[in-house]
Design a protein around this ligand. Structure first.
Ligand code: ADP
Ligand code: GN1
Ligand code: MG
Length: 356
């Protein structure tokens, strides 16, 4: 990785590179030179099959966000992800069938795996809401759809049934309860995409992977700095971005927590996120979008659980795992959380009503 890093236009020679972060998709390394740190990533080209298209999105979105931050008097070095070109001047490196890119390391920031202090969650909501605002004038139709039907939950359901039928690992018999949980909710999976088709929810430029660890917070004040992990920035629904944050951040337990009694949607955290998100992008959202925020949280959680279960049935080919049962544990937490969100719809709607 050190020799790969040295093919990029760093400030000086790279001297070390070690694995970094907790992403499930790309392989991330922290690279040191004598004076600076960088993030080096090997892009997962099984997930992102068209890397040139992905990097074209990334280069244009980061340049656009940078201009917007400058225009608003912000500090682009802390508030924007910044690509470092290769020595040949390209935004990424293709070498021996793999693809790499480098970012400037944004120092003095936190990337949290769970909410340690509710204010951090509020600030992450402000970051993602602000991100929507910064990209409001970006020509959405010029973005490549890097993963087709990424949050089309009905399509995820179809892929799930295919994986159950194929049962390539012989695991289906042992997950009958989980399969039944999904099947009971089949009709729900088309609700949001139908609203889009009917023109009741607008298509927007969205981040599509608004996990808490995809925003960097100032390590002193907790205030939002950069939104990162821009691989999945594509046209999408605002309720997906809201929902995915709720899925990841309101659950006090880890995504693969084995003790399901620790997994639930914390209402205080839901309120903090709703407050931040509506403050940051409230006026830009339609009434129907606001109505469906809790449903978006339910759907992103159900969808994520379906994806983990599908991957478990398919032999763990998509999400990085550290042990053979990890995708199943991840599925269990998501189903527990999805059911909890469903049970709490009245309370969640009341919170949205308070801040809308
Ligand atoms: P993945 O798609 O695999 O989740 P990310 O792009 O989210 O990869 O990067 C993984 C982790 O690396 C992040 O959660 C964050 O902790 C860290 N990271 C990524 N980019 C930067 C950056 N520019 N500065 C500091 N930390 C970063
Ligand atoms: C993946 O890249 P990362 O780890 O931030 C996944 C998301 C899932 C998430 C579940 C491109 O996100 O869609 O919600 O894992 N990213 C992709 O933790 O599939
Ligand atoms: Mg990430």
């Amino acid at each position: 990785m050190i020799s790969i890093a040295n093919l990029f236009a760093l400030d000086s020679e790279a001297v070390s590179a070690e694995p970094y972060g907790c992403g499930h998709i790309n392989a991330t390394y922290c690279v040191h030179t004598a004076h600076k740190r960088y993030i080096l990533q090997r892009i997962n080209h099984h997930v992102f099959v068209d890397v040139p298209a992905l990097m074209d999105n990334m280069a244009r979105v980061t340049a656009f966000v940078r201009e917007q931050v400058l225009a608003r008097g912000g500090n682009p070095d802390r508030e924007c992800l910044q690509l470092v070109p290769t020595k040949a001047g390209d935004s990424y490196l293709a070498k021996d069938g793999e693809f790499y890119r480098v970012f400037v390391f944004i120092e003095q920031t936190l990337s949290l795996q769970t909410v340690e202090n509710p204010i951090h969650f509020y600030y992450s909501a402000v970051a993602f809401g602000r991100f929507q605002q910064l990209l409001a004038q970006f020509p959405a139709e010029t973005l490549h759809e890097v993963i087709a039907r990424f949050h089309d939950t009905a399509d995820r359901y179809r892929l799930f049934e295919e994986a159950v039928a194929a049962d390539v690992c012989g695991r289906a018999a042992s997950v009958q309860e989980e399969i039944a949980f999904v099947r009971e909710r089949k009709d729900d999976t088309a609700v949001l995409t139908n609203l889009l088709k009917e023109g009741k929810l607008p298509l927007r430029v969205t981040h599509n992977d608004t996990k808490l660890n995809n925003v960097l917070l100032d390590d002193q004040t907790g205030e939002p700095m950069a939104v990162i992990d821009l691989d999945t920035v594509m046209p999408g629904l605002s309720v997906y971005d809201f929902g995915d944050s709720i899925r990841f951040g309101t659950n006090p337990a880890a995504e693969d927590e084995p003790d399901l009694s620790k997994v639930y949607c914390d209402l205080t955290l839901f309120e903090e996120y709703t407050r931040g998100f509506l403050e940051a992008c409230g006026d830009a959202l339609t009434d129907t979008e606001k109505d469906y925020l809790p449903y978006g949280a339910y759907m992103m959680t159900l969808e994520c659980g379906i994806r983990f279960l599908t991957d478990y049935l398919s032999g763990d080919t998509y999400f990085r795992i550290h042990d053979p049962e990890q995708n199943l544990r991840r599925c269990h937490t998501q189903f527990k959380l999805a059911a909890d969100i469903q049970n709490k719809f009245d309370e969640l709607n009341a919170i949205v009503k308070k801040y809308r």
